[in-house]
Design a protein around this ligand. Structure first.
Ligand code: C2E
Ligand code: MG
Ligand code: MG
Length: 607
């Protein structure tokens, strides 16, 4: 029997159990790898022996290669402002107090990084600190992110001013402090004039740069002591942005209330200095309303409301005026608030009406159309004029449903006149700028035309020049869509808006309505006569119809005819009348021409 060589002959050494040193080394390698991955660093300190060890991760965080044999060595790269704090915290470790703190250390590239370091103490059986473990983490990025979030939470990203909600909070804090120390403060509400013109003419990017420059100038006009309240740094600034071109400024601790006027003067003149951007000298002006604490209000909301009322008053005056709040303004603004609330109800409670004013061909003695004009039959105030209603409706956004209602009501009326056997006519409806931003406008017009079987050419939409100059792309799209349907388009109050005529070439228009202000003093007023003649000439060249608004007497009418404008609208023919009376004019247009032509005269129903 052959025996294979016993396997035991091939002697294999059994692995030696790892020494304590090996295990420690392995442990260290694991820890270093972990620290490298996590961006942490740590140190160990044995206070009794004075022994101190740092990990490679800790060296990385402190940006150090030199020997670090003593805990004091750690302080070398710490920011001088943080050294004392850190030194005392570390001294307390000997007494068994752990710490958790933020401090800055220098990086190799000369900047500072913020570390968060916390300690854990192991005690011996006598209760004395035996070993301390310090773990540090680089939190610079996290803090920068929190800083950015803080900025975005409180500040307007374009101007760096406070957002309205933060401003209100800080104003409340500042007023509470003023009340405690019995100081006077003031709140200014500032509205810029001219930003829209810059946005429209040179684009929003330029407008944004102007705003940023304006914000810097305004900030320079207020004392740094006007910085408001406590809380995070980002939440402190004396100026808040309350709208696209509107600001609120808090002036705290005024020596005398009148000092607010000095700041308003300073701010007004700073804002009128031209802003130079890409070689353009851009000029702005402003209106300012001022309310005082505690005389005009003791809380932030009241003061804000009253500064706003004062601003509304200032806006009635020339640019660069400012107004102080008075109790009379309070009554006015209360009244205005009530009107807003009432107008919200007016639509649903059937208080709105359309009245109609004939548009005539003076030579042919016929009606060429009728303009639908809004009236509000208020339950207590009686008939409220559009001069009051339209601004309220525009500011509250109610103008959009009112516009839709007017279109539908006008189409329903055309249908009713047709059903009554009256000759077909055209009705013009006035639409304000916000209606053109409403995606529902075209569907609403389509539905009204279809539901009442109205030919698109029987509806004319009147737009003012300023609407056309606003966001021209949006308005242009709507006008093109209307034109494609055959709806007529008219430019109202022509000559009063921006003087740029370039848009006339681009827009699909049918009619220009010469504003009443040019017709008013014809033929004696040389300027009015020249402008009227020029608009008539322009319409002829561009192949638009032209209508003169506000014709009140035959001298005006004769001047217009002599210059080639035969379409007219005005009290000479008829004031705006209700639908029944308009129906009677449609049935017998001669009535518009046959009676006393002097203004205000006539037997018709005047509304
Ligand atoms: P507009 O569209 O230019 O309307 C003409 C205004 O001039 C009407 O005033 C009319 O009554 C008045 N008027 C007409 N002929 C004469 C005249 O011979 N002499 C004088 N002194 N005035 C004359 P109303 O109805 O007070 O409307 C004022 C403005 O309110 C309108 O001016 C229009 O811009 C706006 N508006 C009226 N209704 C609406 C509407 O439904 N929607 C919108 N968005 N605006 C409307
Ligand atoms: Mg009009
Ligand atoms: Mg007009």
């Amino acid at each position: 029997m052959t025996h294979n060589a016993p396997s035991s002959l091939c002697v294999r050494e059994r692995p030696k159990p790892p020494s304590l040193a090996d295990e420690l080394e392995l442990e260290r390698a694991r820890r270093d790898a972990l620290e490298q991955r996590s961006g942490l660093g740590s140190w160990y300190w044995w206070p009794a022996e004075g022994r101190f060890e740092v990990t490679p991760g800790m060296r990385r965080l402190y940006g150090r290669l030199d020997p670090m044999d003593r805990i004091e060595d750690l302080l070398v790269s710490v920011h001088p402002d943080d050294c004392t704090r850190l030194r005392s915290a570390r001294a307390w470790l000997r007494d068994g107090s752990e710490y958790s703190m933020l401090f800055r250390v220098a990086t190799n590239c000369g900047t500072w990084r913020t570390l968060h370091e916390q300690t854990e103490i192991e005690f011996d059986h006598t209760g004395k600190p035996f070993r301390v473990l310090g773990i540090a983490e680089d939190v610079s990025e996290r803090l920068a992110m929190e800083d950015r979030i803080g900025f975005l939470t409180h500040r307007d990203s374009l101007t760096g001013l406070l957002q309205l909600h933060s401003f209100r909070e800080q104003l409340a804090t500042s007023l509470a402090r003023s009340a405690r120390i019995q100081a006077h403060s003031a709140l200014m509400s500032v509205k810029l004039i001219g930003l829209k013109r810059i946005n429209d003419g040179l684009g929003h990017a330029v407008g944004d740069r102007v705003l940023a420059a304006v914000a810097d100038r305004m900030t320079a006009c207020v004392r740094s002591a006007d910085l408001l309240g406590q809380g995070p740094t980002h939440a402190k600034h004396p100026i808040g942005r309350s709208g696209s071109d509107a600001f609120l400024v808090c002036l705290s601790d005024l020596r005398r209330p009148e000092d607010s006027a000095r700041v308003a003067e300073r701010m007004t003149s700073a804002l009128t200095e031209p802003v130079v951007i890409d070689g353009h000298q851009l000029c702005l002006s402003s209106h300012i309303g001022i309310a005082h604490f505690p005389d005009n209000g003791e809380d932030a909301d009241t003061l804000m409301r009253h500064a706003e009322a004062a601003l509304q008053d200032a806006r009635q005056h020339a640019p660069n005026s400012f107004s102080f709040f008075t109790d009379a303004m309070n009554a006015l603004s209360q009244d205005r608030l009530q009107l807003e609330a009432d107008l919200r109800e007016a639509l649903s409670c059937d208080q709105l009406r359309l009245v109609y004013q004939s548009k005539v061909d003076f030579l042919m003695r016929r009606i060429v159309g009728a303009e639908a004009l809004l009236r509000w039959q208020h339950p207590t105030r009686g008939m409220v004029s559009p001069a009051v209603v339209i601004p309220v409706a525009e500011e509250t956004g109610l103008i959009v449903p009112i516009g839709a209602w007017a279109i539908r009501t006008a189409c329903a009326q055309l249908c009713a006149w047709r059903d009554a056997g009256l000759p077909e006519s055209q009705v013009s409806v006035n639409l304000s700028a916000p209606s053109f931003a409403d995606a529902q406008l075209i569907p609403i017009i389509d539905a009204a035309l279809a539901d009442f079987a109205i030919a698109p050419g029987q509806l004319c939409i009147e737009v003012t020049e300023s609407t056309l100059m606003g966001d021209s792309h949006q308005v242009l799209d709507v006008l093109l869509a209307l034109k494609a349907r055959g709806v007529s388009l008219s430019v109202d109050d022509f000559g009063t808006g921006y003087s740029s005529l370039s848009y006339l070439k681009r827009l699909p228009l049918d009619e220009l309505k010469i504003d009443r202000s040019f017709i008013m003093d014809l033929p004696a007023d040389g300027h009015g006569a020249a402008i009227t003649a020029a608009i008539i000439g322009l319409s002829r060249v561009l192949n638009y119809d032209v209508v003169a608004e506000g014709v009140e007497n035959s001298d005006q009418a004769n001047f217009l005819v002599a210059h080639g404008c035969t379409n007219m609208q005005g009290f000479m023919f008829s004031r705006p009348v209700d639908a029944d009376e308009m129906g009677r004019f449609l049935a017998d247009p001669g009535r518009l021409f046959g009676i006393d032509h002097r203004p205000g005269m006539g037997t018709r129903l005047d509304i």
